[in-house]
Design a protein. Structure first.
Length: 577
């Protein structure tokens, strides 16, 4: 380490897409992959088309429609097929390893890119509008994946325009969920050398050159950033001592090509992150993503090459669309807001991401440093990576509650949390209350503040509902900002989360705190429209609320049973009244 010529020391890379994973004989894959069930959820992939005859995809293709001037809806460049495969199966590496190929969703193919994978921006509004309305009217499609970005339209920090505005309007009008990629920082592959980026990682992910691009700033969509999984390039896999390909990011860190927010008025973007790939610096300081990407289906497949490996935020977005589709299978009547709230409610920023932004801040003032690092990782990772182990069902330790409601302007609605006594008392341990709210707002591209309606939530505590309602009724005539939230450790302060149309935070408590003897915990949802927004918003605006109560450190927790009993008892009381 003291030798002058040693610049850095690192562990050898350990993981990567292998030759064996990519070269799979088609005869080793089931010849008759079953179709999804008749009522399975549908995901529409708006992209370059799909190779609908691919052996892993053909049983799940619902319909194809060509919205371009090209001859057919068939994929001629490979992008749409790769995206569709991730939307259908999620983690293809896991499916390939287990040998289980069981589609749970239908894929609808909407070709909006030409055969080269390019998009005519001048026709964007009509093309997207026509495509979305077609699949909603014909198939009642609820989920749309949009892994398309305009690198010529980086977000300036002011007005939101372009495709983002189109998606925001359609999402609200048709009650559909758009899952959008944050956009790729493709310069990392275009420069003669990437050593500069390697030295500046992760700082350059927060600089002007890597801001989100249209349509990622959209308010009513889920915008998805990318993180890495693999570290071993093809050369590193062949030669154990080969260090010619040094990965820029470690597994679990932000992908070197992902982009950062925030969006309008400090709105958290991206909303979520998923696996998108990595980049390494090889001999000659050139960039390579070979064997560091995401396993996908190959559009021009042959007998022994049905898979491909690609990197980009284009492939992190469909993974979230895949999870949304599986949620819709569980909740077939769910609104798009409820799907957004459920997904974000189960996301957390990985510790490895928090750590690299802590280390990258050189400010000596501890308070400022922590504040800056918090802002940094929110702008790159948003609310984080989804924990799938708790996404689809409650357990004895983790219980989910959900509601869909409507609210008028300048009104507040109150939800009493059915918290059992055991959750508050008992041994010293961490308990968590996670709250996520999602709604669709009317928007105006001519307005700098863009969002017409502001719906937000606070978690408060008191001795009675009357005490809480009196406080909010008095404050509502002016503002609710002076009413303090419970003073516990929280992942996202209200000042940051309240900017967007999907908002989430986790409140952590231990045994000895000042709320231990409080009788009631309430979630208060409040709507306050802007002056110009009052004229164009609905009298009753829809929203979804998802709450998770978690007592993971309690081995004897019976949280699900206790909460169910409290809710049933309250229902009986209401009936008697």
């Amino acid at each position: 380490m003291n030798h002058n010529d040693i610049r850095t020391i690192d562990l050898l890379p350990t993981t990567g897409i292998t030759y064996e994973q990519l070269n799979v004989d088609i005869n080793h894959i089931l010849s008759d992959i079953p179709a999804p069930t008749v009522n399975a959820a549908k995901i529409c992939v708006l992209d370059s088309g799909i190779a609908t005859n691919h052996p892993l995809l053909k049983s799940a293709i619902g319909d194809s429609y060509n919205f371009t001037q090209t001859q057919s809806a068939f994929d001629q460049c490979g992008h749409g097929t790769a995206v569709a495969s991730v939307a259908l199966y999620g983690d293809l590496e896991a499916c390939n390893e287990s040998g289980l190929w069981r589609p749970e969703l239908f894929i609808l193919n909407g070709k909006i890119l030409d055969d080269n994978g390019d998009f005519d921006i001048s026709l964007a509004e009509n093309t997207i509008d026509k495509a979305v309305r077609y699949f909603v009217e014909e198939y009642e499609c609820k989920i749309f994946n949009f892994s398309v970005g305009n690198e010529n339209a980086p977000y300036s920090g002011s007005h939101i325009r372009g495709i983002a505005y189109i998606l925001d309007k359609l999402a609200r009008e048709l009650d559909v969920l758009f899952v959008v990629s944050v956009g790729n920082f493709s310069d990392i592959f275009c420069h003669n050398t990437v050593q500069n980026f390697s030295d500046r990682y992760p700082e350059y992910l927060l600089e002007n050159e890597t801001v989100i691009i249209d349509p990622a700033p959209a308010a009513n969509v889920l915008t998805i950033g990318a993180i890495s999984r693999h570290e071993a390039t093809d050369n590193a896999q062949k030669r154990i001592n080969d260090i010619s390909g040094i990965p820029i990011a470690k597994s679990g860190q932000p992908s070197p090509f992902t982009r950062h927010g925030p969006s309008n008025q400090g709105m958290i973007k991206p909303d979520l992150i998923a696996i998108g790939g990595n980049v390494a610096v090889n001999r000659g300081n050139r960039a390579t993503d070979r064997r560091l990407g995401v396993l996908t289906c190959k559009y021009n497949f042959t007998e022994n090459t049905i898979f491909n490996e690609m990197s980009g935020t284009s492939f992190s977005a469909p993974y979230i669309a895949h999870l949304a589709g599986r949620l819709l299978n569980n909740y077939p009547n769910a609104s798009a807001n409820l799907l957004r709230a459920l997904l974000v409610n189960h996301a957390n920023v990985p510790q490895i991401i928090k750590e690299i932004f802590n280390k990258s801040n050189v400010d000596n003032n501890k308070d400022d440093k922590n504040k800056q690092s918090e802002v940094s990782y929110l702008d790159v990772a948003g609310y984080g990576l989804i924990d799938e182990s708790e996404l689809f069902k409650s357990t004895d330790n983790v219980v989910g509650l959900l509601a869909e409601e409507q609210i008028e302007n300048d009104k507040s609605q109150f939800y009493e949390l059915p918290i059992p006594d055991d959750f508050i008392k008992g041994k010293r341990r961490i308990r968590e209350i996670r709250v996520t709210l999602a709604y669709y707002s009317e928007v105006r591209t001519t307005r700098k503040d863009y969002i017409a309606s502001r719906i937000s939530f606070r978690v408060v505590t008191g001795n009675s509902l009357q005490e809480i309602t009196n406080a909010f009724n008095n404050e509502n005539k002016k503002t609710v900002s002076s009413i303090e939230e419970i003073d516990t450790k929280k992942t996202v302060p209200i000042g940051r989360r309240g900017k967007g149309t999907v908002q989430s935070t986790t409140f952590s408590m231990i045994q000895k705190n000042k709320y231990i003897n409080k009788k009631y915990f309430f979630i208060v949802v409040t709507r306050q429209d802007s002056d110009w927004g009052k004229k164009i918003s609905k009298k009753y605006e829809n929203y979804a609320l998802v709450i998770t109560l978690a007592d993971r450190e309690n081995e004897n927790a019976q949280l699900y049973t206790q909460i169910k009993e409290r809710l049933e008892l309250k229902n009986q009381t209401v009936i008697r009244v």
